[in-house]
Design a protein around this ligand. Structure first.
Ligand code: NAD
Ligand code: MG
Length: 391
């Protein structure tokens, strides 16, 4: 068994921490070569002392300065800037890159990893939402291996035929069924949603996640982004993807075949399962996750999503249908709206309302280059901030 060298982008986040937890269980299999973070310098320093990477990368020069002094005496090179994140994502001796930065900021280093032909363990769904066509093209052209970390997409990957090549019809695949927990507001009285606070929105019933994705789960924009993510990963049309609410978060998604079979992946809701799957693929390794006790869980239930309660889900399907820059515009507007909500500058219901007006104003732009997408992203942020400031 060859040891796999690993770069972890976004090491200080929830996915990064879970990745290091799995890595620590298998020191003979995985070696950490580079870790990146943004603001949590103490945490990054502690991870560096424990895992001894060759490189530690942060975004800003003053943070690098602080990190350097925390790591004095250790043989760890501290770098700063997005270019340095791209650099550690494409180091020649790195086999696998965990792409776990949150938001549009994760695109460039994930793309660098794909262009360097790495095994890309993709948690950063925003990469595919923004630039799915260009990212998938880079994966193909540079013979990168793409392994989804998002629990739903990892479940679909596991439930697809081993030789799946993006052609659903020739593999007898009829539909992808993406499950969603429904988040913290699945049963809350709709007329009280206007009073939702950031604290309530980030308190997810089943998963512990970063703040942005937790708010996305409450609005179900997360599932909307995941529909777009699935369309690129598995080359599926919007009509071939269905969202099913499953409050227990045990069935992580399913693939339906033409003969009526439905294959699913089940596990406790713990990101270490998809992370360990992708890290060791095609082997299987212990992940530290408690064994699934179905008799204790007792019931698995399923229901259709309520679009009146979760307008963001429909907006995502709308952006996917519109194509071009629309998904990138939706993603950028959503990042801005969620940040404003967490800052108490926008009420909860203002998130969906803002996204709808940004899409109305801007969607319909083509996206014939990565630069055009970046420009659409930037313009969407300006327009979104203006709408929020005026509301
Ligand atoms: P998080 O907020 O906990 O961590 C984000 C990480 O990204 C941190 O290490 C942070 O330092 C880094 N980062 C943030 N902004 C940055 C920037 N501008 N430049 C460089 N680095 C930056 O987020 P998370 O919950 O770990 O999620 C990470 C990604 O994984 C997201 O795209 C999310 O959608 C996806 N994801 C997360 C989960 C989960 O359970 N947490 C599940 C599925 C998918
Ligand atoms: Mg998910």
């Amino acid at each position: 068994m060859k040891t796999r060298n690993l770069t972890i982008l976004g090491a200080t986040g929830t996915i990064g921490i879970n990745t290091l937890d799995v890595v620590a269980r298998h020191p003979d299999r995985f070696r950490v070569v580079a870790l990146t973070g943004q603001n949590q310098i103490e945490k990054l320093a502690e991870q560096c002392r424990r895992f001894r990477p060759r490189y530690a990368v942060v975004l800003e020069a003053d943070k690098a300065y602080a990190l350097r002094s925390l790591l004095a005496g250790l043989d760890i090179e501290v770098l700063a800037g997005m270019e340095s994140m791209e650099f550690v994502a494409s180091l020649p001796d790195v086999d696998s890159v965990m792409a776990a930065i949150v938001g549009a900021a994760g695109l460039r280093p994930a793309l660098a990893a794909a262009r360097a032909g790495k095994r890309v363990l993709l948690a950063n769904k925003e990469t595919l939402v923004m630039a799915g066509r260009f990212f998938m093209q880079a994966v193909r052209e540079h013979r990168a291996t793409l392994l989804p970390i998002d629990s739903e997409h990892n479940a679909v990957f596991q439930s697809m035929p081993a030789a799946y090549d993006g052609d659903m019809a020739s593999h007898g695949v009829r539909r992808i069924l993406l499950t969603a927990s429904g988040g913290p507001f699945r049963t809350r009285a709709v007329e009280t949603l206007k009073d939702v606070t950031p604290e309530q929105a980030v308190a997810h019933p089943n998963w512990v996640m970063g703040r942005k994705i937790s708010v996305d789960s409450a609005t179900m924009m997360n599932k909307g982004l995941e529909v777009i993510e699935a369309s690129w990963l598995f080359n599926a049309k919007p009509s071939e993807i269905e969202v099913v609410i499953h409050p227990q978060s045990i069935v992580h998604s399913m693939v339906e075949y033409l003969d009526g079979s439905v294959l699913a992946q089940l596990s406790n809701p713990d990101m270490r399962t998809p992370i360990a799957h992708a890290l060791a693929y095609p082997d299987r390794v212990e992940a530290g996750v408690p064994w699934l006790d179905l008799t204790r869980i007792g019931q698995l239930t399923f229901e259709a999503p309520d679009h009146a309660r979760f307008p963001c889900l429909r907006l995502a399907f709308q952006a996917l249908d519109a194509g071009g820059a629309a998904p990138a515009i939706l993603n950028a507007a959503n990042e801005e709206a969620v940040a404003a909500f967490l800052d108490r500058r926008l009420p909860y219901l203002g998130i969906a309302a803002t996204l709808a007006s940004v899409l109305d104003r801007l969607a319909g732009q083509p996206a014939d280059s990565l630069e055009a997408l970046m420009a659409a992203d930037a313009e969407a942020r300006v327009v979104t901030r203006r709408i929020i400031a005026a509301s």
